[in-house]
Design a protein around this ligand. Structure first.
Ligand SMILES: [Zn+2]
Length: 273
């Protein structure tokens, strides 16, 4: 079991700052980035690389931001695929045949063909990136507390296994920047959902303020346990809390809902590309 901390690192390219996963660097053709909020054209409170089109930002700015992010990775927006997010555990397998710029409503996308670059938007919810170097398959999932309770992480692994013939033990999973146990204070709704949805809640809720009805939720650990239970052996924790690091990322919680969304992109280039 390799569970590493701080194994993503920032780079700057074409004025954009984005994070890359150390463990992904060894694989030619694997293209990925966890973008920060820096390098875009949006004005406050969306400054500046906002990917979110439904947060009140100027749609033209969002589209320019997306163009910039794609360009930094040597992609065009037409090569990307996304979905509308709904806090579910629904996962769509994207192929050359069924691909659409927006695949509909889901919280997980997986693909095993080159030229399909998956992208989603985040602002406290957990980005989960997946790569299977044996089957050459990628996945991307969005898990806030609701998605975590619905086991979106496990559902994405299952989709890679069932539709793309991956073995869980070959998959490298990354738990990306999201609100951490330092900042994610939750109430009875989240604690009660965890009791019924998760195998165990031991250690997932940290009481720090003496109140019985409030606790800090360790969403990173909840997702890590799900990935382990799903058979994933290599799990990389970014260890970056979006609410602590609003200098780097957008945080819905820390910025009281008036903020943007940062983007994640992952996909594979073809042999000839
Ligand atoms: Zn924090």
């Amino acid at each position: 079991m390799i569970t590493t901390s701080h194994s993503i690192h920032p780079i700057i390219r074409q004025d954009l700052t984005f994070y890359r996963v150390q463990a992904f660097e060894a694989y030619p053709g694997l293209t990925h980035a966890i973008f920060t909020r820096h390098g875009g054209v949006s004005h406050p409170p969306f400054a500046s690389l906002n990917f979110g089109a439904s947060v009140g930002d100027d749609p033209l700015a969002v589209s320019q931001n997306f163009d910039r992010a794609c360009r930094a990775l040597g992609l065009t927006p037409a090569e990307t695929v996304t979905c509308y997010l709904k806090h579910s555990a629904d996962v769509i397998t994207v192929t050359r045949q069924n691909r659409q710029p927006v695949m509909g409503w889901a919280d997980g996308l997986v693909a095993a063909e080159p030229g399909i670059f998956l992208t989603m938007r985040f602002g406290d919810c957990t980005p989960l990136l997946f790569f299977d170097p044996v089957r050459r398959a990628v996945g991307l999932a969005h898990a806030g507390w609701r998605g975590t309770m619905k086991q979106a992480a496990a559902a994405t692994v299952r989709a890679m296994v069932q539709t793309l013939h991956c073995r869980p033990a070959d998959i490298i999973a990354v738990i990306g920047p999201s609100i951490g146990p330092c900042c994610y204070e939750v109430g009875p709704d989240v604690m009660e959902a965890a009791q019924t949805s998760l195998d165990s809640t031991d250690g997932l809720f940290i009481r720090r303020n003496g109140r019985h009805d409030r606790a800090y939720f360790d969403m990173w650990e909840a997702n890590r346990r799900q990935l382990i239970a799903a058979g994933v052996k290599t799990i990389i924790q970014s260890g970056l809390c979006t609410a602590c690091r609003t200098d780097l990322f957008f945080s819905h919680r820390a910025e009281k809902g008036r903020t943007g969304r940062f983007g994640v992109i992952i996909g594979l280039r073809g042999e000839a590309e």
